[in-house]
Design a protein around this ligand. Structure first.
Ligand SMILES: [Zn+2]
Length: 258
């Protein structure tokens, strides 16, 4: 059983100093046992980052991000839209979610209407997830394997724990926060390490930061991968502490960064 500790919050505090906007940071809560998988970052062995974009409220900014990503087809990211916006954006731009999935991007759960899971009962949270999932399958026109949840307001709670266990989800926190001045956010990312999870939102300032930092990431041979890709490396590292299979016969041959 993993105990969720104050040290984890201190890591988040570090992310806050690196450019997380004021007001987003939630003060530490009481310690409690968190049993479901929860990650703040992936394996440090590979030169990969996972960019995540929360909320997805604004259609024009979503379209801007899609256009930007089209210029970097090797970059894959993860979106954490709320359920109401899955439906709303789909109504305004038919096929937007299907396009993003077909281009290799990932979608994770962020509640139906941006509720704080910690104030919900587990039963209500499960119903919320199912409503969100129904919205996702309606938007995609197909079933979809959801692997990750980003809790609104970044609050880790016992309800989140139960939800993760019941629906087989991994809680995806982050190690670098977006928001605020794009120069500051860009510098935070440029100081980033392999396995960092970057939290952005679909809004103007984070779009601007993405525009600014993507060319640098490409020039410096960073891979932008989905949360699933990052998590697979993380799991592999748990099995093999070396974190990389070098010439391991049938398995993938990988090179470590370090
Ligand atoms: Zn959010």
């Amino acid at each position: 059983m993993a105990r969720f500790s104050r040290r984890d919050f201190l890591k988040l505090g570090g992310a806050a100093l690196l450019g997380l906007s004021a007001g987003q940071f939630i003060p530490p809560q009481e310690e409690f046992p968190f049993t479901a998988p929860l990650i703040w970052n992936g394996s440090r062995k590979f030169k990969k980052m996972a960019f995540t974009y929360d909320d997805c409220y604004l259609l024009d900014k979503m379209q801007d991000i899609e256009s930007l990503l089209d210029q970097y087809p090797e970059f894959k990211v993860t979106f954490f839209p709320v359920g109401v916006k899955l439906l709303d954006l789909e109504n305004q731009d038919k096929g937007i979610w299907k396009r993003l999935v077909e281009k290799g991007h990932e979608i994770g759960y962020h509640t139906f209407d941006h509720v704080n899971l910690s104030v919900m009962s587990p039963a209500t949270a499960l119903m919320d997830y199912d409503s969100w999932y129904a919205a996702l399958t309606q938007a995609l026109g197909a079933e979809y394997n959801v692997h990750f949840v980003r809790p609104p307001y970044d609050v880790i709670s016992s309800t989140l724990d139960i939800l993760c266990q019941e629906r087989g989800l991994v809680a995806a926190m982050f190690s670098i926060g977006g928001g605020g001045d794009s120069g500051i956010v860009t510098r935070a990312i440029q100081r980033g390490r392999g396995g960092d999870i970057v939290q952005m939102h679909i809004r103007t300032e984070d779009y601007n930061s993405s525009v600014k930092v993507y060319p640098w990431l490409r020039d410096n041979n960073w891979e932008l991968v989905t949360m699933s890709d990052l998590y697979n490396d993380y799991l592999r590292e748990q099995v093999n502490p070396e974190g990389c299979d070098v010439d391991a016969g049938v398995s993938l041959t990988r090179t470590c960064v370090e």
